[in-house]
Design a protein around this ligand. Structure first.
Ligand code: HEM
Length: 494
């Protein structure tokens, strides 16, 4: 066990008692068992949803301990806003994110703040998400969406329901692979997920299981899983090496991979090393599709459950896009209501449901909880987004009008954080929002979405969130509503 003294805390997992001298002030579940900790009512497959349940009972800051690892969670709006202060706090690479280091190394997502490759890669790659770059990706995004709709047309004609998370994963993987790396995984031609997806899901699930198991026992309990994980990592590396090698023999079109291979830092002239490029490609292929596919899947679930919201969104698409078969780049951001549907889905189920923050210096959180330099906490976005003090007594209900401009202005800052915060917030935010709004617009325009009658939302966790077993029936579109019925609908219930 690491030292408890000294100004800077050790690397690796740091249990809360190391960094929070007044930990006893923070509520915890009542029944703590010796050795194992707060495991009553906990399920290794749903640590996030368990934490949400505990959090509701214990309040805006609480702690949980499992097998000697104690974690402080925060979901109070004021505390979360304090943690967003970049002068006092920074991203903490710990827990699930640190568990991905063996595969993603010092790639953007998993880099420690002090690692020079973070700033270098950030500066080299940020222009890859500029408006100009996004405009270049737009036609490729459209082309992939058309592949999805070809497939869905076939399923509709055959009267079969579609596998939403499976197909959204195909769509978002193809989109990031083509726009970022000029690569075609051929996902839509396959009946099973591409082995890259299987390997990726395997690695994410493994990283999550390491979070919840006792460190000394993990090698024994996970022996078989560890072996599989090594095979998965080897597959991810091989795939990425092949993508990079192919590009070295041909030229790209100024995409992310070109930037990685050819662009020097504008001030220092430094370039990314081949090993770091490998880490970045894996990072972008994973971070660039897994969360967006979940966000699209949740949004489609809510649209199917709320036909009034779907009708209003569809009417907006008709009005803004008219008969244009292929909407232009600028026409996507004009789908304001569709975007609210997406925001509201990301509020209820932020597909990256938490992020970790660490103290830059000794400090006191909320004027009550002292933290030593390097002490950290997990901001539970999924519960911050359902905090009744911010979102009202109906916080659990789906209602896109929460994101109309007046409502947004009236809310405190830092209460909606699906893309994280500060310097280490999501670099792909605009990419994800453009892609998802475009795809929702296209799907709404083409199909009526009908849920399976008995479906109840179940959420699968593998660091990210995904609706489990979600299948939807596609019907031909009903005739367009007359303009009178296009007025805002009453609040959508659950
Ligand atoms: C709805 C979709 C998405 C969500 C909800 C999401 C969420 C997040 C969050 C919460 C973080 C911060 C994590 C932390 O603080 O530890 C993050 C970081 C990141 N995301 Fe996303 N993301 C999405 C889409 C994307 C896309 C499309 C890309 C790439 C094309 C991407 C690439 C990244 C990268 C590289 C980072 C690390 C940034 C850094 O530390 O410099 N993400 N994302």
């Amino acid at each position: 066990m690491a030292e408890t003294t000294g100004a800077v805390l050790p690397k690796g997992f740091r249990s809360a008692e190391l960094g929070w001298p007044e930990l006893h002030r923070i509520p915890r579940p009542p029944y703590r068992l010796p050795l194992v900790g707060d495991v009553i009512g906990a399920n290794v497959r749903s640590p996030l949803q368990d934490s949400m349940r505990f959090g509701r009972r214990l309040g805006p800051i609480f702690r949980r301990k499992g097998f000697g690892k104690e974690i402080v969670f925060v979901w109070g709006a004021e505390l979360a806003a304090e943690l967003a202060d970049e002068t006092r706090f920074a991203k903490h690479v710990g827990l699930g994110v640190a568990n991905l280091r063996p595969v993603a190394g010092d790639g953007l997502f998993t880099a420690y703040n002090h690692e020079p490759n973070w700033q270098l890669a950030h500066d080299v790659l940020a222009p890859g998400f500029s408006r100009e770059a996004m405009e270049g990706y737009h036609p490729m995004m459209l082309a992939v969406a058309e592949r999805l709709m070809d497939r869905w047309d076939g399923e509709r004609a055959a009267g079969r329901a579609v596998d939403v998370p499976g197909d959204m994963t195909k769509l978002t993987l193809e989109t990031i692979a083509r726009t970022g790396f000029g690569h075609d995984f051929g996902s839509f031609e396959r009946s099973r997920p591409h082995p890259f997806v299987t390997a990726m899901v395997g690695t994410l699930t493994y990283a999550q299981r390491l979070n919840v198991l006792p460190a000394p026992l993990a090698p024994v309990l996970l022996r078989e899983a560890t072996r599989r994980n090594e095979a998965h990592m080897a597959y991810l590396n091989q795939t990425v090496d092949a993508v990079v090698a192919a590009r070295r023999h041909s030229s790209g079109e100024g995409d992310l991979l070109d930037r990685m291979l050819e662009t020097a830092h504008p001030d220092t002239g430094e370039r990314l090393t081949p090993e770091n490029i490998r880490r970045q490609v894996i990072t972008f292929l994973i971070a660039g599709h897994e969360t967006t596919s979940g966000a699209l899947s949740f949004a489609l679930h809510y649209l199917a459950q709320h036909p009034d919201v779907a009708a209003r969104a569809r009417a907006e698409v008709d009005r803004v896009w008219g008969d244009t078969p292929l909407p232009a780049y600028d026409q996507v951001a004009k789908l304001r209501y569709v975007r609210r549907v997406l925001d509201e889905s990301l509020r209820l189920w932020p597909t990256a449901p938490a992020f970790a923050r660490e103290a830059r210096e000794d400090t006191v959180l909320g004027g009550v909880h002292p933290m030593r330099t390097g002490a950290w906490t997990l901001v539970l976005t999924a519960l911050l987004h359902r905090n009744p003090e911010v979102w009202g007594a109906d916080a659990e209900e789906f209602d896109p009008d929460r994101f109309d401009p007046g409502a947004v202005r009236s809310r405190a800052a830092h209460t909606f954080k699906p893309f994280g915060t500060g310097a280490r917030a999501c670099i792909g935010r605009q990419f994800a929002l453009h892609e998802a709004t475009l795809v929702l617009g296209l799907l709404l325009r083409r199909y009526e979405l009908r849920p399976e009658p008995d479906y109840r939302l179940r959420v699968a966790e593998r660091l990210t969130l995904m609706p489990e077993g979600l299948r939807l029936h596609l019907d031909d579109r009903a005739p367009a509503p007359d303009p009178v019925s296009l007025r805002p609908v009453a609040r959508a219930g659950d």
